[in-house]
Write a protein that binds this ligand. Structure first.
Ligand code: H53
Length: 796
């Protein structure tokens, strides 16, 4: 690997010359009159110019080779400037150059809006995969949607979440190239639009590889309908334009919950149709000598990121049959060899089903095709003697609902889960009926994260320390090399350095939080952090209930032995998810009460981070002592935030869930804090579980739960706290009480917090545990994950 390393050779004088020239050219101003924003965009231009040659070379080189295509409705890229400079190997040099002309890199970096084209884990995973594929020289293209509005910006007003638009490209987009000539026509039943691709370069880490992320934007097929225009019907003319642009106007803000709206299916069909057309068109162009469509799978493998892009399956069949004259059965066989499917959750509310009438309204031909596949499937089962009842779980269409996961499983070469436990649950439970008849399709690919963004870029101190201790930066190419850090486990000086690095990072974060949230926090306290989308299964309310009880205990017993702790929470709630919004209000209210209470606020602080996003995460992960990963066992498919914390030397306080289990395995249970019931136990008590029993038996639980309705906390008459209270012990309208087992796990959670609080003061032992985690985080590099996809599934 190492001999291929190629930093962009930076001719410093030329770079500066070009930079100043670009700056003046794009602004028509003299250098001294340009703004920071101008400076940011000119820097993008100067970098894009330098990438251009290699990007074209990569595109040309791979025209006729097998490639993987990652189809995803979300790519949560975040900011690109710093990351691109890191991957080009010119981060330090460019920073210095800018410094020479009095430009502060950080301040212009802040002019970049996060590209928040995703909701959470699934979208961020896609972005990490793009980085890793390029870094491992794997030819993988991303295909997705160029939403004009990314995930909403979260404001906290009086403790409530308020959503604001995120028009992330209103000032321009420094990292995309509009490739007008590759535009495609996408036909819906009721409208025809133009899909225009915007290509973003995905840079490999110091290796000269540039892959492409192609995001489609919806535009009117004809700019204006002049017949309306000439008849003075201006509104009508504009209306068509808006209708076309509506398709990619905004990202749906639900992380897990499916959204059964016509517009959502339109978005899915829009980008899948454009992408499939793109692939088939290029195939015909570049493979004229080998143009039997039977060979299409020899050159293409399409990885479907969850159920969202599954409509690409009937679309490929449509293009083959209707536009290329292939007969239906042949087209099905070709398609079956082309797709692979990743499932990311076992929560029923996420597995997409589409009502027949919506599918007919959007892309009727796809419905025809799916119906035919379904009929054939049912026929085959009947021929094998299966009863109607036995066939039911396999049906792709049932009660006029199209079950997208079933379609993907039938039509794919591979079905994978995203962590060991998750894949086991898929096999044993969620898709057990499928697993029984096609076990060979099922496999696990435990998620990963890119160490470039999540360590090299975001935690420069730790990154330099590692390079220093290992004597080279080889670990950036092969994260397993971190294992060698274990030779320092008994080295007191090194352990002290680890603590010092964490301390400096905590001071940085404290400064940033003061600036952003106007809250003073103490870097000498334990930083206990839970950042992720807000969802009941992730149990932020367990965290908050525990904080409430802790607060009461400290109040009652001010001399209690307690290491000062700062609890930090952050995350967005889907705008229509009332209870998740209630949890946000609760976190903010608890923070308000505690932070203003002079009896405790030397010991306890609570911060709810406003507008948690990728670029905020880059500051939070490096500064954490404790990583809260407390989902109900069996519910979090993998989690990836857990890996970011681990890599940055935080200890995991977590349940036996998702990839936590693998983290404990690698770093040792004794170096982390495990608590709570395992899946098997929860499964066995599910029907008999009575949260009220826990409530009555345990005074701390009662204390915390009662405070939701005692009047101590004020929810401004929103009834939000009552709603949380009811969900736990007084369920309404057929809901099950405490379906995420907060009260069952509470006592254990409290105990493990006590253990943490006690053990933290032994700073040396703590540092050793942190080092153990860092040294064993190599497995969680997305380089490893993507290599597994390439080897086991894509065969490239
Ligand atoms: O995908 C992550 C997992 C995480 C899981 C998440 C996810 C979404 O963000 C959205 C939809 C979905 O079905 C799953 O919740 O556990 O780490 C990446 O695999």
């Amino acid at each position: 690997m190492k001999e291929e390393i190629m930093k962009i050779k930076l001719n410093k004088n030329k770079f500066m010359e070009d930079y100043i020239e670009n700056l003046q050219r794009i602004t028509l101003k003299n250098f001294e009159d340009t703004s920071d924003k101008d400076k940011y965009f000119a820097l993008c231009d100067t970098i894009m110019e330098r990438i251009n040659q290699e990007w074209r070379d990569c595109k040309n080189k791979t025209k006729k080779t097998k490639k993987a295509y990652y189809f995803s409705a979300e790519f949560l890229v975040g900011r690109s400037l710093g990351n691109n400079l890191i991957n080009l190997g010119i981060y330090d040099e460019v920073k210095e150059l800018l410094d020479e002309i009095d430009i502060d890199f950080e301040s212009i970096e802040n002019f970049e809006d996060d590209a928040a084209l995703g909701n959470g884990g699934l979208g961020r995973l896609a972005a990490c995969f793009m980085d890793s594929a390029a870094s491992q020289k794997i030819d993988m293209y991303g295909y997705g949607v160029r939403y004009r509005e990314g995930l909403f910006k979260q404001k906290i007003e009086n403790g409530f979440q308020v959503e604001e638009g995120d028009h992330w490209i209103k000032d321009g987009d420094g990292w995309s190239i509009r490739v007008e000539s590759d535009s495609k026509i996408v036909k819906f039943r009721d409208q025809t639009v133009k899909a225009v691709p915007y290509d973003m370069p995905m840079l490999g880490f110091e290796n000269g590889q540039v892959n492409t992320l192609r995001l489609w934007q919806s535009e009117p097929f004809e700019e204006f309908d002049f017949s309306y225009f000439n008849n003075f019907q201006y509104d009508k003319a504009v209306e068509e334009k808006n209708r076309a642009e509506d398709i990619t106007r905004v990202l749906y803000p639900n992380d897990i919950q499916r959204e059964g709206k016509v517009l959502r299916l339109k978005q899915q069909y829009f980008f899948c149709s454009a992408s499939i057309q793109d692939l088939v068109e290029k195939y015909k162009k570049y493979f004229e000598n080998d143009l039997q469509f039977e060979n299409f799978p020899k050159y293409h493998v399409i990885q479907l990121n969850d159920t969202h892009p599954i409509v690409a399956i009937p679309e490929l069949i449509r293009v083959l049959v209707d536009e290329n004259g292939i007969d239906f059965d042949r087209a099905v066989e070709i398609t079956k060899k082309t797709f692979a499917f990743t499932n990311h959750t076992v929560l029923q509310e996420a597995l997409e089903t589409w009502p027949k009438d919506i599918m007919l309204e959007v892309c009727p031909r796809c419905f025809d095709i799916i119906e035919k596949i379904n009929d054939k499937l049912v026929e085959d089962f009947k021929a094998k003697g299966l009863s109607e009842e036995a066939i039911d779980p396999y049906r792709i269409i049932r009660y006029d609902q199209i079950r997208m996961a079933n379609l993907a499983i039938v039509m794919s070469i591979s079905v994978n889960g995203v962590a060991k436990l998750h894949t086991k649950i898929l096999k044993d439970d969620t898709f057990n009926h499928w697993y029984k008849i096609m076990p060979e399709k099922f496999n696990n690919k435990t998620n990963g994260i890119t160490p470039r963004r999540w360590l090299v870029y975001s935690n420069i101190r730790l990154s330099n320390f590692i390079t220093d201790k290992l004597g080279s930066d080889d670990w950036k190419y092969d994260l397993n090399k971190l294992k060698e850090l274990e030779k320092y486990l008994e080295d007191d000086k090194v352990l002290e350095e680890i603590n010092q690095i964490k301390y400096e990072n905590k001071k940085d974060l404290a400064r940033y939080i003061l600036e952003q949230e106007n809250i003073v926090i103490n870097p000498d306290s334990i930083f206990d952090i839970q950042i992720k989308r807000i969802h009941e299964y992730k149990r932020q309310h367990l965290n908050i209930l525990h904080i409430i009880n802790l607060y009461h205990r400290i109040k009652k017993n001010p001399d209690m032995n307690f290491y000062p702790t700062t609890f930090i929470l952050g995350g967005k709630a889907a705008p229509g998810y009332f209870r998740a919004k209630a949890i946000i209000k609760l976190a903010n209210e608890v923070a308000r009460v505690i932070n203003k209470d002079p009896d405790v606020n030397k010991k306890l602080k609570v911060v709810f981070i406003e507008n948690y996003r990728v670029s905020y995460g880059e500051k939070l992960f490096p500064a954490a002592d404790i990583s809260e990963q407390i989902s109900t066992a069996g519910k979090e498919a993998s989690g990836t935030g857990n890996m970011k914390f681990m890599l940055n030397g935080a200890l995991t306080l977590g349940t036996y869930d998702g990839a936590n289990i693998e983290i404990f395995e690698k770093a040792g249970v004794e170096n982390n804090y495990i608590f709570g019931a395992k899946v098997e136990e929860l499964n066995s008590i599910r029907d008999s579980y009575s949260p009220k029993e826990y409530y009555h038996k345990n005074s701390d639980i009662k204390d915390a739960v009662d405070s939701l309705v005692s009047g101590e906390l004020n929810d401004d008459n929103s009834y939000m706290f009552l709603d949380i209270y009811n969900s736990l012990i007084n369920p309404q309208g057929g809901e099950k009480a405490d379906s995420y087992f907060l009260l069952k796990d509470f006592e254990d959670y409290k105990k493990v917090h006590e253990k943490i609080n006690e053990e933290y003061s032994d700073r040396k032992t703590w540092a050793r545990k942190a080092l153990k985690n860092i040294a064993n985080a190599g497995y969680f590099s997305s380089d490893r994950t993507i290599l597994e996809y390439a080897k086991d599934i894509w065969k490239i």
